[in-house]
Ligand binder design. Structure first.
Ligand SMILES: *Cc1c(COP(=O)(O)O)cnc(C)c1O
Length: 488
């Protein structure tokens, strides 16, 4: 026995030299804070050189190179090539910027490294607290339930899965969609985010079951067309079970008439889900009246990593009926039985409310950020982004060589450069080239979309670092590039 004790060499991943690890950690924090502090002075984006791509496609290392050299590799080959969304002039897709406190909170969360599937430990109460705050923000009842998830896509999936399980006229968790029941169909505007269709496909309903209802000139769902579609489906024996409303569409930021959608859902005994990925947060601003009816949703999906500027990933889903939510997901095998006492106690097991069992401590960065800044600061920043969108729209409208391509109800501005004697096809090519040069020259990163056949330079402002001067730069440089290309 003594012999065995002497022979065994046991490994650990903890450092041999804690002091060296500690000082490396200090260096990382110093350098990453500098990196963020200087973000305004660097190009918004630059392409990754081939030499770096090569460096990042080598075989798996079997021997470790140690902490210093590993960090050195990061500094040399990864850090210089950010996507750009942490920069003040990034307005592509709908991104978030992150914050210094978010960085530090991620460090703390990884240090504690709790499993947020459930149990009785501090982190669980932090997530519960954060969910309660969002219930308050969105005027959901105190006994509603919620879950932090990776983002809007997962929040939509969870919300729609609850809709499907709750509104099915049979035990869909047991039978699935195999038993020849009436086909379940749901409705959303044609401007609805692709993640809703993905969820519908994943749930086995098939994308045909998602009825894409046309939109008005303001890109809002056409209510009359919706009612006709529901009536037509009912007449042919289908089962309309859910309406998805948009609180801010991804293309233009359009806000559906949520009060009317809520009324129709009640009348037709359908679930009312709202995709409020970013737009729902405008509840904190002067735009709040336009979101009336969102508080009547059966489920609400929203992101924290977009318009609350949290580091990726963080989204949330709220479900009005805790029971419906739990019944859609809860599955408790012997090895997961919740206890009365000990670590496996605790009233909330988040694994009963979603897809994941093991979950990370996303809640900490949310809790710390909101405590650090206060909700009013977020309200002012979101309003600031809305005001910046109006400002950019006014610059576009004042400039004869630019054309605004959609109304600006929220924080998204779609515009294009125009030149005489060019049809839409030519303008589409021209504006695509302008966009690519804006990105490649490191000036700014808008993204693009196509609205009624017209290619748009699309600027979605969910950025706490942007200033008005950045939009002056965008307009000036768009004009410069447009003229340069046309001049050739
Ligand atoms: C971004 C977005 C989503 C998807 O959210 P992720 O966080 O990217 O998963 C869904 N709906 C809308 C309207 C969005 O803007």
């Amino acid at each position: 026995m003594d012999e065995a004790k002497i022979a065994v060499h046991e490994e650990t991943l903890d450092p041999q030299d804690w002091d060296a690890m500690r000082s490396l950690g200090h260096r990382m924090i110093d350098e990453m804070m500098e990196y963020l502090e200087g973000i305004r002075d660097r190009p918004t984006w630059q392409s990754v050189p081939d030499s770096v791509k090569e460096h990042l496609s080598v075989p798996v290392p079997t021997e470790g190179q140690g902490p210093e050299q590993t960090y050195g590799d990061f500094l040399e080959n990864v850090a210089p090539y950010p996507m750009g969304n942490i920069s003040p002039r990034f307005w592509g897709w709908v991104m978030g910027t992150g914050t210094p406190m978010g960085v530090l909170a991620e460090l703390l969360a990884a240090t504690m490294n709790p499993n947020m599937g459930g149990g009785d430990h501090g982190a669980v109460y932090v997530e519960q607290q954060v969910i309660d705050w969002f219930k308050q923000i969105f005027s959901f009842p105190p006994d509603a339930s919620g879950l932090l998830v990776s983002g809007g896509s997962m929040a939509n999936l969870v919300g729609l899965a609850v809709a499907r399980a709750t509104k099915a006229r049979f035990d869909i968790r047991k039978e699935g969609l195999q038993n020849g029941h009436a086909k379940m169909v749901l409705y959303a505007s044609s401007e609805t985010h692709s993640s809703v269709q993905k969820a519908v496909e994943l749930m086995g309903l098939g994308s045909d079951a998602l009825r894409k209802i046309p939109v008005s000139d303001a890109y809002e769902i056409d209510i009359a067309a919706l009612e006709q579609a529901i009536a037509a489906d009912k007449a042919t024996g289908l089962h309309p079970f859910c309406i998805v409303g948009n609180a801010g569409t991804v293309n233009t930021g359009a806000l559906d008439n949520l009060t009317t959608l809520a009324d129709i859902a009640v009348r037709e005994d359908m679930w009312f889900h709202v995709d409020g990925a970013f737009g729902s947060l405008a509840i904190l601003t002067d735009t709040a009246p336009r979101l009336k009816g969102m508080d009547r949703a059966d489920s609400l999906a929203f992101d924290l990593h977009k318009w609350l500027y949290m580091p990726f990933e963080a989204g949330c889903v709220l479900v009005r009926s805790e029971e419906a939510h739990r019944k859609s997901f809860s599955l408790t095998p012997n090895y997961l039985v919740h206890a009365e006492r000990g670590v496996a106690a605790g009233s909330t097991w988040f694994s009963d409310y979603g897809v994941q069992l093991t979950r990370g401590f996303k809640a900490l960065k949310v809790w710390m950020s909101i405590k650090e800044q206060g909700l009013d600061k977020y309200a002012r920043l979101i309003q600031q982004n809305i005001d910046q969108a109006s400002y950019l729209a006014s610059l576009v409208e004042a400039e004869p060589q630019l054309e605004l391509l959609a109304p600006v109800p929220l924080n998204i501005v779609n515009f294009r450069f125009v030149a005489p004697n060019r049809d839409d096809t030519a303008l589409n090519t021209l504006n695509n080239e302008i966009l690519l040069r804006l990105q490649e020259q490191g000036i700014a990163v808008p993204s693009s979309t196509t609205l009624r056949g017209k290619y748009a330079i699309r600027t979605a402002i969910t950025n706490h670092r942007s200033r008005r001067e950045d939009f002056d730069t965008l307009v000036r440089e768009t004009l410069r590039l447009g003229r340069e290309i046309v001049g050739k």
